[in-house]
Design a protein around this ligand. Structure first.
Ligand SMILES: CC(C)(COP(=O)(O)OP(=O)(O)OC[C@H]1O[C@@H](n2cnc3c(N)ncnc32)[C@H](O)[C@@H]1OP(=O)(O)O)[C@@H](O)C(=O)NCCC(=O)NCCS
Length: 200
């Protein structure tokens, strides 16, 4: 079990630090900041570690998302070591961005924040990093008037998404030979208030 101090996230400012104190008593600080194209090699390394071969995407996909919507591209660092990332951008509810594909632009009628990918290095699994990314993404979505977070759960991660407040909508063949489940977390006023309390 890890003891989490109060979370301080300042959306709009590209940097936040969080100290964690595991039961072994050795505390360490994780830093969250927006990603830039210089972080892509690190993303690819974490991706390689976190995903089966059928779910590996090209560097151009990450480059493009960072360029199109840097606010939704977050990295987590421990002592300057890149240990986790989340990539998200506005999109349309109910629509899935094809695997390993470039998108033309962020749609003007976007109504949700589409989580393209969240991956955490093995050494730092179950430390609450994905939960913190989701908290940040909820705030980003709300600040832009988007009404849901959406994404595709792969590698049997739907249980984790469920714990993070998402519900499954339908199954799909996401990558060639790689099944997934479309998941959604609505952010209508009441629900977002409740979830926010629970997450923070
Ligand atoms: C899925 C993934 C991003 C979760 O990241 P994480 O930082 O370990 O998740 P968190 O520690 O924030 O945990 C979130 C919730 O899921 C639970 N959880 C996380 N990993 C779990 C596991 N392996 N088994 C069961 N529950 C798990 C946690 O207990 C937590 O729930 P709680 O707070 O209610 O107790 C990470 O496991 C990963 O990178 N997996 C490989 C890539 C992947 O499949 N990504 C998802 C598809 S997009």
């Amino acid at each position: 079990m890890i003891l989490y101090p109060p979370l301080q996230i300042r959306i709009g400012i590209a940097f936040t630090s969080i100290s964690l104190t595991p039961l072994n008593g050795i505390s360490y600080t994780m830093e969250f900041r927006n990603l830039s194209s210089g972080d892509v090699p690190g993303i690819l390394q974490i991706q390689q570690e976190a995903y089966k071969p059928e779910f590996i995407e090209s560097s151009s996909v990450f480059e493009q998302r960072i360029q199109l919507f840097p606010a939704g591209c977050l990295g987590c660092f421990e002592a300057s070591k890149f240990i986790a990332y989340a990539i998200a951008h506005p999109w349309r509810l109910g629509e899935i961005v094809p695997f390993d594909s470039l998108i033309e632009k962020i749609p003007l009628d976007a109504d949700c924040l589409y989580i393209h990918d969240v991956a955490v290095s093995h050494d730092h699994g179950q430390e609450g990093i994905a939960r913190r990314f989701i908290t940040m993404l909820v705030e980003i979505a709300q600040s832009r008037g988007l009404k849901a977070l959406t994404g595709v759960a792969v590698q049997k991660s739907e249980g984790i998404w469920h714990r993070l407040g998402f519900i499954e909508k339908h199954k799909l063949e996401y990558a060639p030979g790689g099944p997934g489940k479309y998941v959604i977390r609505k952010l209508d006023a009441d629900e977002s208030r409740t979830k926010k309390k629970r997450l923070i």
